[in-house]
Design a protein around this ligand. Structure first.
Ligand SMILES: Nc1nc2c(ncn2[C@@H]2O[C@H](COP(=O)(O)OP(=O)(O)O)[C@@H](O)[C@H]2O)c(=O)[nH]1
Ligand SMILES: [Mg+2]
Length: 379
């Protein structure tokens, strides 16, 4: 018998994907093709590039609508939810429509990628942080676990924790794109024993366009992995591939400590900046991927430096999508005076951590990226 190979098509233009000739249609870099898993939409490089500049958001919107439809079933059957969040990029921003829909269900939260945070970070403060952020959306999680894919965790423990809350009902796993859902499920499947006569399969969920992984838990209940929620408020979902290579951490993140006072600003490449408008000189810590570069400058020269850096690129990252001030949003925080550590976090990029002493801090970020102030993630 000859060898067979799956033929994959671009999800957008339908061209058969090939890794041989970059000039021919359907070309995709081999790494992307080999990384692809069966339930993921794959695009040829050309469509991927075009989509990012043209109909990216439209396409993602569609998928989120389908997720909402599937969650209608979860609500109707009183299912349990496993909500996966990536501990690095999560700044407390949840998809409102999804949160609203599932808030009455039993929700277990899993924070992933703990290994990206400094090793001295304790578990309990992270759990507290996650709990506080979900409560802001009126969600009281039944359980919260934090993991990294290098832990020697016993997935059985996790399963029994979920089982304890599901009352023999179905389980739906949700979370942003790249939050680590598939990695978790692969670990879970290693110890999974199928005691039913049904198979694990990928189905097109009835009434939607999306594929979900269906794992039988008993004769009458299933686990479903839903498609990723679009990261449309994350820097990681908005900026170009070259920038993502810099801002998405692969190893433990870096902490940069600076003393800043009124009149100082901290440039984060040309992607973002924090300006201290009011406040005495004190310690600020900025947490981000290792390759993200920062510089302390004078506030009054900040505009000039950003423009100059867009051309000379002495501080990475610089985005082609941020070429004029119109491409940024600007917010100003007046902090309380509680002497506690607080964060101002830019979803998918990093966060500034400091003791709140009534400062006024102005932040600029790429337009549409979520910015959030809260008690600190790392305390
Ligand atoms: N450092 C680190 N990376 C992780 C962890 N879990 C997942 N990843 C990486 O995050 C990316 C997305 O993971 P994946 O499981 O495909 O996420 P999904 O889109 O939610 O299914 C992959 O590159 C994974 O290797 C983790 O615990 N630590
Ligand atoms: Mg996945």
């Amino acid at each position: 018998m000859g060898k067979s190979k799956r033929v994959l098509r671009c999800y957008h233009c339908g061209a058969i994907l090939q890794c041989d000739n970059p000039e021919e249609k359907g070309y995709i870099i081999p790494e992307s093709l080999h990384r692809a898993v069966p339930i993921q939409a794959i695009y040829c490089d050309l469509c991927f590039e075009r989509m990012k500049s043209f109909n990216y958001s439209e396409l993602e919107q569609q998928i989120d609508q389908d997720i909402l439809k599937i969650l209608d079933d979860a609500v109707a059957t009183d299912a349990s939810i496993v909500w996966v969040v990536d501990l690095f990029s999560f700044n407390g921003t949840l998809n409102k429509a999804i949160a609203e829909k599932v808030k009455k269900l039993n929700i277990s939260v899993i924070g992933t990628k703990r290994d990206l945070l400094p090793p001295n970070v304790k578990e309990q403060p992270l759990v507290d942080y996650l709990k506080e952020r979900f409560i802001e959306y009126d969600i009281e999680p039944k359980s919260i676990h934090v993991f990294s894919n290098t832990d020697k965790i016993d997935p059985k423990e996790l399963i029994s924790s979920v089982n304890a809350h599901r009352n023999a009902h179905d389980v739906y796993m949700i979370g942003n794109n790249s939050s680590g859902k598939t990695s978790l499920i692969n670990r879970f499947l290693k110890v999974y024993e199928n005691k039913t006569n049904r198979q694990i399969r990928t189905i097109t969920y009835p009434g939607t366009q999306v594929k979900v992984l269906e794992v039988p838990l008993s004769r009458s209940s299933f686990f479903y992995e839903l498609p990723g929620i679009s990261q449309n408020t994350s820097a990681a979902g908005k900026l170009e591939k070259e920038v993502l290579k810099i801002i998405v951490p692969k190893n433990t993140i870096k902490v940069t400590t600076r003393t800043l006072g009124a009149g100082d600003a901290l440039m984060i490449g040309s992607l973002a900046a924090f300006e201290i408008i009011k406040g005495k000189a004190t310690t600020y810590r900025f947490y981000a991927a290792e390759k993200v570069e920062t510089r302390k400058v004078q506030s009054r020269k900040l505009d000039e430096y950003i423009v100059e850096n867009n051309i000379r690129r002495y501080l990475r990252p610089v985005s082609e999508m941020l070429m004029s001030y119109l491409d940024y949003d600007m917010f100003e925080y007046t902090m309380e005076n509680d002497n506690e550590w607080h964060d101002i976090a830019i979803e998918g990029l990093g966060w500034l951590s400091f003791v709140a002493q009534g400062q006024v801090i102005r932040v600029r970020i790429p337009k549409g990226v979520a910015l959030k102030e809260s008690l600190a993630k790392i305390r």
